[in-house]
Design a protein around this ligand. Structure first.
Ligand code: AHG
Ligand code: MN
Ligand code: MN
Length: 341
């Protein structure tokens, strides 16, 4: 039985310049995950379900749990002292840890503290997503926006926690994607899924099909392909959409499948945020042998220009990704950007 903490220390040598800071940083994420997990488990008993009545910068209603998880992760990261700044889906601006100790740190963290939070009051799995970069600004000074606006391929580490029927933490530092399951009686994460490999092919697709009429033509064509009958290719595929990115991608990682949140007529940039959701998930899925694009371009090579930037997101088993991209390529970018109804 190897614990997450033991595993991270064992793997520290993979970073030639490792000083233990990243190890400690991942430790603080692990601690915050346990605290959030405990609160989510009893969410129905205490007054932390429901909305705050406030919208975040992206116009989405904030749930009480969104803010709770945001505070817990932020405090854990600040307390451990390895991070100089944090950007969160739930905060308008990035947060600077601008005491001398904070400014001397080299890592920034971007996070979606609670993903799928609209599911929380109906007891469906939710998650936390995190993404870690080395700052580009000078150590010893305040962090700047450029520290956060880096392409995904510069990520040092990324991961998610899934608060599901079991709670798991899955992370990568660029040497494979590894999963740990929490033993609730001990509050310890044990290595359960070393070197996760997404199947090359899958028979499940996840998309909010209620938006079908607003989808790009390439996506519509691919959905029809998924629904055609052909036993040789195991079609029709099964449709599975939880509405919680972490849960949908986690299932696809284990069983094979594709997740799509495309541009739509009402949201031409899609819904998901490149920095807090798409880049970290892309890193994890690529490290497990899958792919992630916006339908055309590799997600991790897209240059972000804004903190809360959205991007269309396609990710999953490589053969399924090939197929959908082949169909996206059949239409002009205009027809594919979105198809007005
Ligand atoms: P969040 O709760 O962090 O705002 O993210 C919700 C995201 C993602 O988890 C999910 O896949 C998607 O939004 C669902 O959106 P729709 O309800 O539009 O399908
Ligand atoms: Mn989210
Ligand atoms: Mn969220």
């Amino acid at each position: 039985m190897i614990t997450l903490s033991e595993y991270i220390i064992k793997k520290q040598h993979e970073f030639p310049e490792a000083t233990g800071e990243l190890t400690s940083l991942l430790g603080s994420i692990q601690l915050a995950a346990k605290v959030v997990n405990r609160e989510i488990n009893k969410a129905g008993l205490v007054d932390i379900i429901g909305t705050t009545g406030v919208e975040n910068v992206q116009g989405e209603v904030q749930q009480k749990m969104d803010l709770y998880a945001n505070d817990v992760f932020k405090s854990a990261l600040k307390a451990r002292g390895e991070v100089c700044g944090v950007a969160s889906e739930e905060e308008d601006e990035f947060v600077t840890f601008d005491d001398q100790e904070g400014m001397n740190n080299k890592y920034v963290v971007l996070m979606d503290p609670l993903d799928g939070s609209s599911n929380i009051d109906v007891n469906v799995s939710v998650g936390t997503i995190f993404s870690i970069y080395r700052r580009v600004s000078k150590i010893g000074e305040k962090v700047i926006l450029d520290d956060f606006l880096q392409t995904g391929d510069k990520q040092v580490a990324a991961g998610y926690v899934i608060y599901g029927s079991s709670t798991m933490l899955v992370y990568t530092t660029g040497f494979g994607t590894h999963g740990f399951t929490c033993d609730p009686s001990l509050g310890v994460f044990y290595l359960s899924h070393e070197n996760m490999q997404i199947p090359d092919d899958g028979a499940m697709y996840s998309i909010n099909e209620g938006n079908y009429l607003k989808f790009p033509l390439g996506v519509k064509k691919y959905l029809k392909y998924c629904q055609e009958i052909d036993s040789a290719t195991k079609r029709p595929y099964t449709s599975r959409y939880i509405g919680s990115l972490v849960s949908d991608v986690h299932r696809n990682l284990l069983k094979g499948g594709i997740y799509i949140y495309p541009s739509t007529a009402s949201s031409p940039q899609g819904k998901l945020r490149i920095l807090y959701e798409c880049n970290p998930m892309a890193f994890l899925v690529e490290q497990a042998g899958g792919r992630a694009t916006d339908g055309f371009r590799r997600i991790m090579e897209i240059d972000p220009t804004e903190l809360h930037q959205r991007v269309p997101f396609f990710c999953g088993s490589p053969n399924m990704m090939d197929k959908v991209e082949e169909m996206m390529a059949e239409f002009s970018p205009e027809a594919n950007y979105f198809q007005p109804v």
